[in-house]
Ligand binder design. Structure first.
Ligand code: B3K
Ligand code: ZN
Length: 887
């Protein structure tokens, strides 16, 4: 690890590469205790950089250079310069070849970046800058090359050898080895390179594209998982069809492969033609994966597949443009999931996630623009801002242009930039050119960080029948960007006005000849702006930011009765849910204040009435009912607090849940029993109607358990014992784990672990359920679980399941006033920093939010951050997060 201080890299310093690589020929010789990589690069001077032949500086890290040949001439060590990060040679002509051989050690690579071994198989992860750990290269996304890859390995241990593109040859080698050659005709940056070698099984299918080409589809897994691939295969085929129908995008190679690996730093990776997935994002079947896991698999398969166009065919010029591919691809996968399931429920879940987690990031020390202008370690910028807010930004363009205009823009973008490495500006330009619009002001969403606030006030003039809404936008200060220097955003606000009967009023703005519909989008473009509607015969109730049409914090002085009215009457499903959330927030904040003043908690019964009405409405989508019954989480209540009072938030929310459980227990019990009975009679299907039924059944059970009634305990045990699917079984386990029934809890945990001890992904669920239990003693339970034979810090899924779930979701235990949770996390980050910097840096996130808490906790959290900083050699990943958090 480096000792010098890592450097900041700036977007403003971007320069095109001095040299280009037209062809990349790689040969991998894989052995047990090392591997050899031979690279031949066909290179030329980049004409865009002018004349002359500057030194050629190749990226390379942790490589043992064995030989280097420039233009067919062997170089000796005096002919090149070697640093821990680079190899520099001096070309003597405009075009030349460069041959290198290096030795690397995948077998000891614990950072899971570059070429590494996982459960006995070789695999790669190159995005963003992992390829430089494989061979010397121009490891930057604007250097695009064709790749020919030969892999040589022992045939018995590694019968399957894969790389990008199409298979072009194979044969036997010496000493029980064999070779296979793959060729990828599409130019791509090195971050999309992939290699896999292992003893793998696969399921195979075919897909016929819109121009009638037959594509082979394969999903490779370890033998024992071969029965858990069908859902991913179905998802892949649906994604391929959807991208043809909705975006006109056809797949381009003869084969598309997915490989599942157990040790993976994130969800999955879109390598050209050879996606590599965390096994948690591939494997799903009823008995072992929940409904949420099935939906996650479907979404990630789609996301990675969609990258074939948004990311691979058209890629990023530099890593500051990461959202060009990520924001757009998240937007695309969200569209797909909405079409496959309930669109409203998908939107609700995405917005709840964004508001809880991205808003917190945007308000913390790591806040950055969707297109950041500087970074130390790019791995730290695979963030909710780049992904989720980036998707919202693309979504706003969609809202402003309409579906047809957006499609014209995306067609132009793909056609104009096919085979190129481009910028966010190029994306917006295509949208502008295809639609004849000017999005200059809109582009501030890419450069200004922080969640804008939009305060709305109303005034009604009964004599003139006019109704005015005044919007005031402001942006918070974020690191390096003072709030008062930020310029107004373009904020598309989708809205409607409801009359006293709950009917939509036709909307005509002053100056318009006729009304245009009853729900429409207005663009707020100024710091303060008033819109006046005419022909409004009575004081209306506004429904604002329908479908969450912009990622802002909107406030309007609704009273609780108005929110209840919107919950029942709004024609926008998302806003019905949101009205319920706002009502819950008001009620919970009142309880939080009571708790802080040491008063007895008394809950506003209107929340009971409102949720009781929802629960009684059989016509509502059951998934909607389940969403509406879910109170805002503690993390969200933290995010919206000026200073988060951990104890008061927890006490208030638990009190509200108790109240709802006892007041609504009859209705909940009825819903529970009906759905559980149906479940018993119906075979598991991974479809939205079934997800909805189980979601309502399960939230009902978790409320009911709070009543402590014996018949509910019996029901939970019955569901745990007899469920034919993981969704019901895991919920039953979770409610038992969070209950006071110690014997039943211990028994269920033991039975579950015994039944699933061979299945790592199921054991992850078992760890998470316990890590999330808010009962006292959380840290001790987590520490004990770290000693369990199924736990290892070396596997990122395990770290996330136990440590991530504890620090991120079990707020009352993690934020224990004595600082024990903070100390525990800091110790782990120090340990993880030593062998997997990316995971270490991710786990650090909860400590970076120290400004949200009371002064005692602030001091404890900061103290731990400082302790990590002083702990020795820090990876750039951890160094960057620490230095920004303590700045
Ligand atoms: N593009 C990858 C993420 C790579 C993260 C590297 N640290 C997965 C995705 O967004 O599809
Ligand atoms: Zn992606």
């Amino acid at each position: 690890m480096r000792t010098e201080q890592p450097k900041m890299i700036y977007l403003k310093d971007y320069q095109a590469p001095e040299y280009l690589i037209d062809e990349t020929h790689l040969t991998f010789e894989l052995f047990d205790d090392h591997s050899l990589v031979h690279a031949q690069l066909v290179m030329r001077r980049n004409p865009a950089r002018g004349s002359g032949l500057p030194p050629l500086v190749l990226d390379g890290q942790l490589l043992e250079l064995l030989s280097v040949k420039l233009a067919d001439v062997d170089l000796t060590s005096s002919d090149y310069e070697l640093t821990p990060d680079s190899l520099t040679v001096q070309p003597t002509s405009d075009t030349f070849t460069l041959d290198t051989s290096v030795k690397i050690h995948p077998e000891t690579n614990t950072a899971l970046e570059g070429l590494y071994k996982s459960s006995g198989m070789f695999c790669t992860q190159c995005e963003a800058e992992g390829f430089r750990k494989i061979t010397y290269y121009l490891d930057r996304p604007d250097v695009m090359s064709t790749f020919t890859t030969t892999v040589i390995a022992n045939q018995q241990d590694f019968p399957i050898l894969l790389s990008n593109g199409n298979l072009v040859g194979s044969g036997p080698g010496k000493d029980g080895r064999h070779w296979i050659t793959w060729q990828d005709p599409f130019k791509k940056p090195a971050y999309l390179f992939a290699l896999v070698a292992g003893d793998l099984w696969c399921i195979e299918d075919t897909f016929t594209t819109m121009t009638n080409r037959k594509v082979t589809l394969r999903i490779y897994v370890e033998q024992e998982n071969i029965d858990k691939c069908q859902h991913a295969m179905d998802s892949l085929k649906k994604s391929m069809r959807w991208d043809e129908e909705v975006y006109g995008r056809e797949y381009d190679l003869d084969i598309f492969m997915i490989v599942a690996v157990n040790d993976f730093n994130m969800g999955a990776m879109e390598n050209k033609g050879l996606n590599i997935f965390n096994s948690s994002a591939v494997l799903a079947r009823a008995e072992t994966a929940t409904d949420a896991a099935h939906q996650r698999v479907e979404a990630i398969v789609a996301h990675e597949y969609f990258h074939n166009w948004s990311g691979n065919r058209v890629t990023c010029r530099d890593w500051f443009q990461l959202s060009l591919k990520e924001g757009f691809t998240v937007f695309r996968d969200a569209g797909f999931s909405s079409d496959m399931n309930s669109a409203t429920v998908k939107r609700i879940q995405d917005v709840a996630y964004l508001r809880t987690h991205q808003f917190a990031e945007d308000a913390g020390p790591m806040a950055h623009a969707v297109r950041p202008d500087s970074f130390i370690e790019i791995s730290n910028f695979y963030t909710l801002t780049v992904y989720e807010k980036g998707s919202e930004v693309v979504g706003m363009i969609h809202t402003l242009l309409g579906a047809e205009g957006f499609r014209k823009g995306s067609d132009l973008y793909f056609e104009r930039h096919d085979g190129q490495a481009v910028t966010c500006d190029d994306f917006v330009k295509a949208m502008e050119d295809a639609n004849g619009v000017d999005l200059t002001q809109f582009k501030r969403w890419y450069s200004q960080a922080g969640t804008p606030r939009l305060a709305v006030t109303e005034s009604y003039d009964p004599s003139a029948n006019t109704y005015s809404l005044t919007f005031r936008q402001s942006a918070p200060t974020t690191p390096g960007q003072p709030g008062d220097e930020k310029k107004p955003f373009v904020i598309p606000v989708s809205l409607g006005l409801l009359d006293n009967a709950g009917k939509e009023i036709p909307l005509r703005l002053q100056g318009e000849a006729t009304a245009s519909g009853s729900s429409r989008v207005i663009s707020v473009t100024e710091a303060e702006q008033t819109f006046t509607f005419v022909d409004v015969a009575e004081q209306p109730l506004p429904s604002l930011l329908r479908g969450f049409s912009a990622p802002v914090k909107l406030s309007f002085p609704y009273n609780r009765d108005q929110l209840m009215f919107l919950m029942q009457h709004d024609t926008d499903g998302f806003n019905r849910w949101d009205a319920g959330q706002q009502l819950s927030v008001q009620v919970l904040q009142e309880l939080i204040a009571q708790h802080q003043k040491g008063k007895n908690l008394v809950m506003d019964q209107r929340l009971v009435t409102a949720l009781g009405t929802v629960l009684a409405d059989d016509s509502l989508d059951q998934a909607m009912v389940a969403e509406m019954l879910s109170l805002p989480g503690e993390a969200y209540l933290t995010e919206i607090s000026e200073v988060a009072d951990v104890d008061a938030i927890h006490a208030a929310r638990e009190f509200a849940r108790q109240q709802l459980a006892s007041s609504l227990s009859d209705a909940l019990w009825k819903r529970y029993q009906t759905n559980r009975e149906l479940s018993k009679k119906t075979a598991y299907v991974a479809e939205s109607e079934h997800f909805a039924r189980r979601a309502l059944q399960n939230i009902a059970l978790s409320y009911l358990m709070l009543t402590g009634k014996p018949e509910v305990l019996a029901a939970a045990i019955e569901q745990f014992d007899n469920a034919d699917n993981m969704t019901e079984r895991l919920t039953a386990l979770a409610v038992l784990v969070n209950s006071p029934f110690e014997d039943e809890k211990a028994k269920a945990l033991a039975v579950f672990a015994e039944n699933f001890k061979e299945n790592a992904l199921v054991m992850d669920q078992w760890f998470s359920v316990q890590a999330g239990s808010t009962l006292p003693g959380g840290l001790a339970r987590v520490k004990a679980l770290m000693e369990h034979p199924a736990f290892t810090l070396k596997n990122p899924n395990k770290v996330r399941a136990l440590i991530g779930a504890f620090a991120g979701q079990n707020l009352i235990n993690f934020h224990a006033a004595d600082g024990s949770g903070y100390r525990f996390l800091a110790d782990l980050v120090i340990e993880l920093n030593g062998f997997n910097p990316q995971i270490a840096s991710r786990q650090l996130a909860p400590l970076t939010r120290w400004r949200k808490y009371d002064s005692a906790r602030q001091a404890l959290m900061k103290g731990e951050l400082e302790r990590i900083r002083a702990s020795g050699h820090l990876s750039p990943d951890v160094y960057e997060v620490l230095s920004k958090s303590l700045a």
